[in-house]
Design a protein around this ligand. Structure first.
Ligand SMILES: [Zn+2]
Length: 228
């Protein structure tokens, strides 16, 4: 294979075009910034899917004119204007209609209720357990028996509501070390949590099927209180 390295790295580039790229980039970058300011959005810490789509559309409209001789800037400006108009129109209708908002942004989902996973949530492909456990650890949650309610927000962030110390139940541990001790074979009598749905049960040695979700993998439950 004969690779043309000059074409891969340099192409038609010369000094005057390099200078042009710098100017084009300054213009496009300033425009993206301006458009994002006009959108009324305060920050980007948590973006909904709809907002991510807007950002991607803006990004791809802004990218080409930065470095492509064939892409003038004004068509990109029209794209920007169209995107921001669309953003405004959709936001307007989302404020008017809750139903429309749910279609565009998605709905908050109950993930934990009363210290157990909400049934069906684990089957939902949008729910990644590893990620969720990681989120819980970042909130210093040791097991889900500490959590009264958890809600997955449309931004992907999770809101947690806790049991008070004397309400804390036995629950499925989310720390990697105790969780790794999960097994289908219960070795001694103790309180266990179903690794799938978080259902807690006192078990005797042997194999057991979860009465709530029909899975049969268990891990020793804990009931430590939340350290704050
Ligand atoms: Zn279960």
């Amino acid at each position: 294979m004969n690779l043309d390295w000059n074409e891969i790295f340099i192409g038609d580039l010369n000094f005057s075009f390099a200078l042009e790229i710098v100017i084009r980039t300054l213009i496009m970058f300033s425009m993206v910034l301006l458009i994002l300011r006009l959108s009324g959005k305060k920050g980007v810490r948590q973006l909904s899917l709809f907002e991510v789509a807007i950002i991607i559309a803006l990004g791809s409209a802004a990218g080409d004119p930065m470095f492509s001789k064939e892409a003038p800037i004004v068509p990109s400006v029209i794209v920007f204007a169209a995107i921001i108009l669309l953003y405004r129109v959709i936001t307007y209708f989302a404020i008017k209609s809750e139903k429309f908002e749910n279609i565009i942004e998605g709905e908050p989902i109950y993930v934990i209720e009363d210290g157990e996973f909400v049934m069906g949530i684990r089957k939902d492909h949008t729910f990644a357990k590893d990620e969720f456990f990681s989120e819980m650890r970042q909130e210093s949650i040791e097991h889900i028996g500490q959590v009264k309610t958890a809600i997955l927000e449309t931004t992907g962030k999770i809101s947690f509501y806790y049991f008070t110390d004397d309400e804390v139940k036995y629950g499925l541990p989310v720390l990697p070390k105790p969780y790794q001790k999960k097994s289908e074979n219960v070795s001694d009598e103790d309180i266990y949590a179903c690794t799938y749905c978080g259902h807690v049960k006192k078990l005797v040695p042997g194999n057991h099927q979860c009465t709530r979700c029909d899975q049969s993998e268990w891990v020793r439950a804990i009931n430590t209180v939340r350290l704050t």
